[in-house]
Design a protein around this ligand. Structure first.
Ligand code: GCW
Length: 840
């Protein structure tokens, strides 16, 4: 059949399909949906090749070929016909550059296509319009195929393609923090796709599809277990199980790696020591590694977390991280393996009373003195900031503290401190800020991206590691919009010069289609989401003011203080922030190169958003913005919460433009986020109002005219309880029901007659499913079950939730009654209600 005719037929079918909304969108396919192209785009591909040829047979090239067939079938409705290469006709030809050069005379890229790079070239071969996907290697071909498919999905013209792309850095790795029992540390999207009950899962379908997703954005390696490593991962009987994962990964060009416990020689190896300088220990690692490569010839290597958060390390024998890293590196070297040694080494029993102590200094203090002592197949894996993935941190000074050592930047895709995939927080803007930051480590500019990729100091290895923690949830990361972070990580690791806007736009088009309203709305939401999240959770570089000792989720302002963990902000009655200057503080600023240190040493030159990271400022201190610190805290929290409401409105404008399943899912999440942003806002504003005793110039903080506290209602069965910390519930109190038949809280409506939104703020713990019913007079107007899995078994900010009843017609004198029925350890607790007139 002529393609033009086929195209017309497909056009017809697509329109019909769209009308019926035939595609079930679960999010499983993420950005690789290959949905039928929109009418406006499909005509661009009328002359698209119908044949496909591959220069040689290999598992990676087979994946590339199958992917192309699948994608073109989905988007253009054309079944590409596999043909032997050189057979003529309009074909897509896949192969590595060398093979193609031999077979297709006259095919010369304008510059070298090396390693994992690729060349996409539209050209005439034997008189036929062809598309060549040429890779510097088989992986390069695979990446080229994904790039080509992405262009088509986004409706780009491919008729005159001639593009060469090279990855910025060789290391583009994902890390998963999966435990062998199937749980995931800081995982927010279900259980492990790799492990269950101490073993690798039997069914590795999800692993295959995950590998495909990773490969599609150029990720070439993955460590699959928690860095808090279970030594069992090194047991001989576990190895064949790991080999099964490696087999699945291999087809997508992903190298497998695992995290190891440095004390394994002692824990499982039968030795009485794990001293890296003990020859028996060295021998143990050599043998262990040799066993690995027997079963997994392309094994990637090991990730090491040692002397950190209770993990044993070389300090047990007075040895250095270099001693420890090198013993493993030397075992791996003959096989081509790598050690990722994490720089996240710090003392979590720091004395908080000593104003000179500073956790931020740890990575540099531990690793800078060892520069030059690490073997060439060791990479120091450095978290992007000196503390721990906060809503805002400066860049780690260690990036410019190593010149003769390979390094990689560790970015966190799993949103541990940035809303745990319940809040929208697109991290590409944060990451590009970090990657573009000039560390002034040489005569010319030395942005972080050049330091980590090895360009600045000509290192053989280096690049990017992203902590993902994808799970068994159908859509991988729970929040449908959170997948943009995984996509962005891969794209930035490939090309950190891409702008967050470009990345967000690519992702949105691939994930939701090319409808311009959808694209512009989602891109704008994504791009503002990090500043918005920051504005209600972590002002002016004070870091995420969250519960440091528990969930790392809701507010927990004092939890970081007076303990050894060192995430201190030092708020008191006069001011807030840590003095990290050389002159009067901890001296952390001195770890930066002089031109950077100069910026941070003085509040006058420190940017507002990092002021409290570097300086202790009084509440009355005037920022560059012209506001005082305290007024900034009030304003940013009120503005931030209002901006989340704006997200809800923006999203609602897409109702007719997005499939129902994803539309509803995101809407529910945004509405929840809007309510949780208020919990954050109130906790932080009320806390600092009490501390500073300085009123909010706009009169908002501490005043809630539409609010009725639950403890002030007429209670039947319910009793008041104190909430700790006090600022995490309205008025510091809530009410709980201890009787199984249920309790009631009522209040009379006393305002003018009209339509109102009634917000009921209650607590939804994960250890029970209480039921709520709302009556006006005797009439039941709404009911629901508190069955969410928020990260808490107690009442407080983490479990706070809002149920909204909209457009409620109310008259003075009417009695509103909320009935709560407890379940197990959840006591149907209520915080307050708020009545807001509904605009006509
Ligand atoms: O941010 C902290 C997390 C830990 C994590 C640790 C690390 C895997 O709270 O859960 O442990 O960082 O990066 O090692």
């Amino acid at each position: 059949m002529k393609l033009k005719l086929a195209a017309i037929l497909w056009l017809f079918l697509f329109t019909a399909a769209y009308a019926l909304e035939a595609r079930a969108e679960t999010g499983y396919d993420a950005w690789l949906r290959y949905a039928p192209l929109e009418k406006t785009s499909i005509s661009k591909y009328e002359d698209f090749p119908t044949n496909i040829a591959v220069t040689r047979d290999s598992v990676v090239l087979q994946s590339a070929q199958q992917e192309l067939i699948r994608g073109i079938q989905g988007m253009l409705g054309v079944s590409l016909r596999p043909v032997p290469n050189q057979s003529g006709g309009r074909a897509i030809i896949l192969g590595n550059v060398k093979d193609l050069r031999d077979r297709v005379p006259g095919l010369h890229p304008s510059r070298e296509v090396a390693g994992e790079g690729f060349w996409l070239k539209a050209t005439k071969l034997r008189g036929f319009d062809c598309l060549v996907v040429a890779g510097g290697s088989e992986r390069g071909v695979l990446y080229g195929v994904f790039a080509l498919l992405s262009k088509i999905a986004r409706g780009e013209n491919v008729a005159s393609l001639d593009e060469i792309w090279q990855p910025y850095a060789p290391i583009r790795w994902a890390n998963q923090w999966d435990n062998l029992d199937g749980s995931i540390e800081r995982g927010y999207a279900g259980r492990s796709i790799f492990f269950e009950n101490g073993n690798v899962r039997d069914d590795l379908t999800r692993v295959r599809d995950y590998a495909r997703l990773l490969a599609s954005v150029g990720i070439n390696g993955c460590a699959i277990n928690n860095v808090n490593a279970n030594p069992r991962a090194l047991e001989p009987d576990f190895l064949p199980q790991l080999a099964r994962v490696a087999d699945v990964f291999r087809a997508w060009g992903i190298r497998l790696s695992i995290a190891v416990d440095l004390s394994s020689p002692k824990l499982i190896g039968g030795l009485d020591s794990f001293d890296p300088l003990d020859p028996r220990v060295q021998e143990w690692w050599r043998n262990k590694v040799a066993q690995f490569y027997k079963q997994i010839p392309d094994f990637g290597g090991f990730v090491v977390k040692a002397d950190s958060e209770g993990r044993l390390g070389p300090s047990a024998y007075n040895r250095t991280p270099a001693d420890a890293a090198n013993v493993i590196a030397r075992a791996l070297k003959p096989h081509g393996g790598i050690v990722f040694y994490r720089a996240f080494v710090y003392n979590h029993h720091l004395d908080w009373r000593d104003p000179k102590n500073d956790r931020a200094k740890a990575a540099y203090d531990n690793f800078h003195p060892l520069d030059g002592q690490f073997d060439d197949n060791v990479i120091i894996q450095i978290k992007h900031g000196p503390i721990d993935f906060q809503a805002r941190e400066p860049v780690s000074p260690l990036f410019s503290g190593l010149e003769k050592t390979n390094e990689a930047i560790e970015l966190q895709i799993t949103q541990e401190y940035t809303g745990q995939q319940r809040h929208l927080c697109f991290l590409a803007p944060m990451w590009t800020e970090v990657l573009d930051f000039d560390m002034h480590a040489g005569r010319d500019s030395t942005p972080v991206k050049d330091l980590v990729s090895g360009k600045t100091f000509h290192r053989p290895l280096g690049g990017f590691v992203g902590i993902v923690n994808a799970g068994l949830d159908t859509n991988w990361l729970a929040h449908p919009l959170a997948m943009a972070n995984l996509y962005a990580f891969g794209r930035l690791a490939w090309n950190p010069d891409l702008s967050p806007r470009t990345i967000a736009e690519e992702w949105t088009r691939l994930t939701f289609g090319n409808d311009s309203l959808v694209v512009s709305t989602i891109v704008n939401m994504q791009l503002s989401s990090w500043p918005v999240y920051e504005s209600y959770t972590g002002p002016l570089g004070a870091q995420t003011l969250t519960d440091i000792l528990g969930s790392h989720y809701g507010p927990g302002i004092e939890s970081s203080e007076e303990n050894g963990w060192g995430q201190w902000h030092r708020a008191d009655k006069e001011g807030i922030g840590m003095d990290r200057t050389v002159a009067t503080g901890t001296g952390f600023v001195g770890q930066y190169r002089p031109r950077v240190a100069q910026i941070y040493e003085s509040p006058a030159t420190t940017p507002d958003e990092l002021l409290l990271f570097f300086h202790h400022a009084s509440y009355g201190h005037v920022l560059h913005s012209g506001k005082t610190v305290i007024q900034h805290i009030y304003d940013s929290h009120y503005e931030g919460a209002a901006r989340v409401d704006e997200f809800v409105r923006q999203w609602k404008s897409l109702k007719e433009h997005i499939d129902t399943a994803r539309y509803d899912d995101v809407l529910a999440r945004l509405e929840y986020q809007a309510s949780h942003a208020i919990v954050w806002r109130d906790a932080i504003c009320n806390y600092f109002l009490r501390e500073s005793r300085i009123a909010d110039a706009s009169g908002r903080a501490g005043h809630f005219p539409n609010r009725i506290e639950a403890e002030a209602m007429q209670l039947q069965g319910y009793g008041p309880v104190e909430v700790t910390p006090w600022e995490n519930a309205s008025g510091g109190k809530a009410i709980e029901c201890q009787q199984s038949q249920g309790c009631s809280a009522s209040f009379p409506f006393t305002r003018v007659a009209g339509r109102y939104a009634l917000d009921i703020v209650y607590f939804d713990q994960k250890n029970g499913e209480s039921k709520f019913r709302v009556f006006v007079g005797d009439k039941l107007i709404d009911h629901w079950t508190a069955d969410d899995q928020l990260p808490s078994t107690k009442i407080g900010a983490d479990s706070s939730k809002r149920h909204r009843i909209d457009g409620l017609e109310l008259h003075p004198g009417e009695q509103i009654r909320i009935k709560g029925i407890p379940d197990r350890d959840e006591h149907a607790a209520l915080d307050y209600v708020e009545l807001t007139p509904t605009p006509k």
